[in-house]
Ligand binder design. Structure first.
Ligand SMILES: Cc1cc2nc3c(=O)[nH]c(=O)nc-3n(C[C@H](O)[C@H](O)[C@H](O)COP(=O)(O)OP(=O)(O)OC[C@H]3O[C@@H](n4cnc5c(N)ncnc54)[C@H](O)[C@@H]3O)c2cc1C
Length: 386
């Protein structure tokens, strides 16, 4: 990596959550920043997202403005069993269509040159940097850059051009539904049905009237069929659908590479900074963006990236175990959640997996046996048919 040069300009490709956050950080620290966003305005399609309170610490008031609801209870269900976890501090439900314009406003206030309707078509290495070919208003222009941040999502063009391998992805689909009468708006319901998905179904209230019911699967059409069947079984009418492929974190890949004479970085979904237990990418995406911004500013790998790596690795370990859970294992898991274990889940968030796992095992040692048995003894579940 080139040593931190206090004034060198930075070009960011992609202006959604993580690109705008990184742009604002860099601009506030005095860097000239140009951000290229392919869309023509700051109105991304609505997306209901659940995040931990950690988002508040990272974003402050701009994050608060995007909060549409709060969650203080989780109801966990599997095969006729149920457990309830009360959160000591609520999870936040945020609306991306509110968050992104708020972050754009902040970035603009920090002096970022925001260019909407600017789609990057290619990156070409040159001796003293890279050249970006940008399509804007029906014409093509070329921009030279020495530091580029790819915040352009799962199928990142920047990553491909700089030689990062393509990411493993999983389909996520959710339907916005009217809340069933037996669900209060402060409660998220989670169903573990490993015959349908190694992840889970969720119903997350976004208001007193509506919620997002969805699942992550392995195969796109089968995931959609599972959702439709589930909606029918629970007599829920879909009002609209939200879907995309989400990157899976399979191993830590350093988010920095040299290309020609330029430093190239990745943040957010482009870098697969996603928790593979829940496939949540917002908080980890912001933390990666913070780490990359620090790295650019100081010319050496930020400790924030090392901490993020450790955390994502813990999620991966947990996922390996969960991938082997059958319905009996989930039943056992809910049965052994004693008050001590529930207390741990109440106080700590899924953004601190190492502490959660350690404290859970202390509170309920049977969980160690369950995890070890699934990791060491159970066969991996067969991949769902496509
Ligand atoms: C339905 C759904 C529900 C989800 N729920 C949750 C949740 O509850 N909690 C959670 O934490 N996470 C959730 N996620 C994941 C989360 O939304 C993502 O991890 C996060 O939005 C990633 O943000 P990003 O900025 O990295 O990428 P993106 O949001 O994908 O943004 C990429 C941006 O780059 C732009 N772009 C792409 N290519 C180019 C180009 N060539 N030139 C210029 N611009 C370009 C795009 O227009 C876009 O604005 C969910 C995802 C989906 C699909």
């Amino acid at each position: 990596m080139t040593q931190g040069n206090g004034t060198a300009p930075v070009t960011i490709v992609g202006g959604s959550a993580t690109g705008l956050f990184a742009a604002e950080r860099l601009a506030r620290a005095g860097r000239p920043v140009t951000l290229l966003e392919g869309a023509g305005d700051w109105s991304p399609e609505p997306r209901t997202l659940i995040v931990t309170r950690r988002m508040r610490d990272l974003l402050g008031p701009v994050g608060d403005r995007a909060v549409v609801n709060t969650i203080s209870r989780f109801e966990l269900l599997t095969d006729g069993r149920q457990a309830t976890v009360l959160l000591s501090e609520p999870d936040l439900i945020i609306e991306r269509a509110v968050l992104v314009p708020g972050l754009a406003e902040l970035a603009q206030g920090a002096g970022v040159d925001l260019r909407l309707g600017s789609r990057v078509r290619s990156l070409t290495a040159t001796d003293d940097g890279v050249t970006l070919e940008v399509r804007r208003d029906g014409s093509t222009e070329e921009l030279n850059a020495t530091t580029v941040v790819g915040a352009d999502g799962t199928f990142s063009l920047v990553a491909g051009a700089a030689g990062w391998p393509p990411l493993a992805t999983v389909p996520l689909i959710q339907a916005i539904v009217k809340l069933p009468p037996d669900l209060t708006p402060d409660t998220t319901r989670v169903w573990f049905q490993p015959d349908d998905t190694p992840y889970f179904y969720w119903l997350i209230p976004e208001s007193a009237e509506k919620g997002a019911l969805g699942l992550i699967g392995e195969d796109g059409p089968e995931t959609r069929r599972c959702l439709e069947r589930f909606l029918e079984q629970h007599s829920l009418e879909p009002l609209e659908f939200q879907a995309a492929r989400i990157p899976c974190y399979t191993q830590w890949v350093p988010p920095h590479r040299r290309m020609g004479g330029a430093d190239i970085f990745l943040v957010g979904d482009a870098a697969a900074h996603v928790k593979v237990t829940t496939i949540g990418g917002i908080v980890t995406g912001f933390r990666g963006a913070l780490g990359v911004a620090d790295t650019i500013l100081h010319g050496r790998t930020s400790g924030a990236l090392n901490r993020l790596k450790r955390e994502l690795d813990w999620h991966r370990l947990l996922r390996r175990s969960l991938d082997r859970f059958n319905e009996n294992d989930y039943g056992l898991l809910l049965d052994v959640l004693n008050p001590g274990a529930k207390g741990v889940l109440s106080r700590l968030t899924r953004d601190e997996p190492a502490r959660v796992m350690l404290r859970l095992c202390l509170a309920q040692p049977r969980l160690i046996l369950l995890a070890l048995r699934t990791l060491l003894v159970s066969a991996p579940r067969p991949t769902l048919p496509s």
